[in-house]
Ligand binder design. Structure first.
Ligand SMILES: [Zn+2]
Length: 236
């Protein structure tokens, strides 16, 4: 007598397998995003900006309110609020200090980790980076990431800001370069602070003719995109 055996599979098995496959695909996708191989875009955020970083030149003239805000990272939802200010309090410098609020997509690993920290922070509150974390992010392989074109202008500005007191000449060249080549709407918030900072450094070095040139250009609206800039994004 032939014995027949049959295995009865439970009805839910196909669904379980489908969930497992989806889970594996999701993990794979997350891994690719973290490595900067895939550009993850929030469908509600058409700019592609995933974080805003506030940077202040390390200058003795900056007041403690502005200095303490240096390295703060904000989620885009925070920056979009009408009462948003990158500093906690009122700037104590007589002429109000110049700060740079830089939007980044940040698809390279060092920036991705910061985006992830921001996402995991309680109620998506701002987080504070120290100078080493800031440098690690800016010196990371951003040019090899898929967001290189989106973030190029912002990274050049951050490189200039971090080094402009200790080594002003290369930074001034980067500021000039930004003023010449910043052509896109997303670069708008950086144009005015870059011009203010360049004029300030030129004046300190006695290069008054060029300082005057940029001042006049700004006053006459000859800077690219300069006059649609929201004041709250341009100065601290
Ligand atoms: Zn200040």
């Amino acid at each position: 007598m032939e014995a027949t055996t049959s295995i009865v599979l439970p009805d839910f098995l196909p669904y379980l397998l489908a969930i497992c496959v989806l889970r594996i695909l999701w993990q794979f996708y997350q891994l690719r995003v973290m490595k900067g191989r895939i550009l993850a875009i929030d469908i509600f955020d058409r700019s592609g900006t995933r974080m805003y970083l506030y940077a202040v030149a390390d200058d003795l003239q900056a007041c403690e309110v502005c200095r303490s805000a240096h390295g703060t990272v904000f989620p885009p939802s925070e920056v979009m609020k009408s009462q948003f200010s990158p500093i906690k309090g009122i700037c104590k410098s007589p002429a109000r200090w110049i700060g740079f609020l830089v939007g980044l997509h940040g698809a390279w690993p060092e920036a991705n980790r910061i985006v992830e920290r921001l996402r995991l922070s309680r109620q998506r509150e701002p987080i504070q980076l120290d100078q080493d974390e800031l440098r690690e992010m800016i010196l990371g392989p951003w040019e090899r990431s898929i967001s290189a074109n989106t973030d190029r202008c912002a990274i050049y500005v951050l490189e200039a800001v971090l080094g402009d007191c200790t080594n002003p000449s290369p930074s001034m060249e980067k500021y000039r370069n930004r003023l010449e080549y910043a052509k896109e709407v997303r670069h708008m918030p950086l144009i005015v602070p870059v011009c203010f900072r360049l004029v300030e450094l030129l004046t300190r070095q006695g290069q008054t003719a060029e300082a005057l040139h940029w001042n006049v250009s700004m006053s006459l609206g000859h800077l690219p995109l300069a006059f649609s800039v929201e004041p709250r994004l341009s100065k601290s």
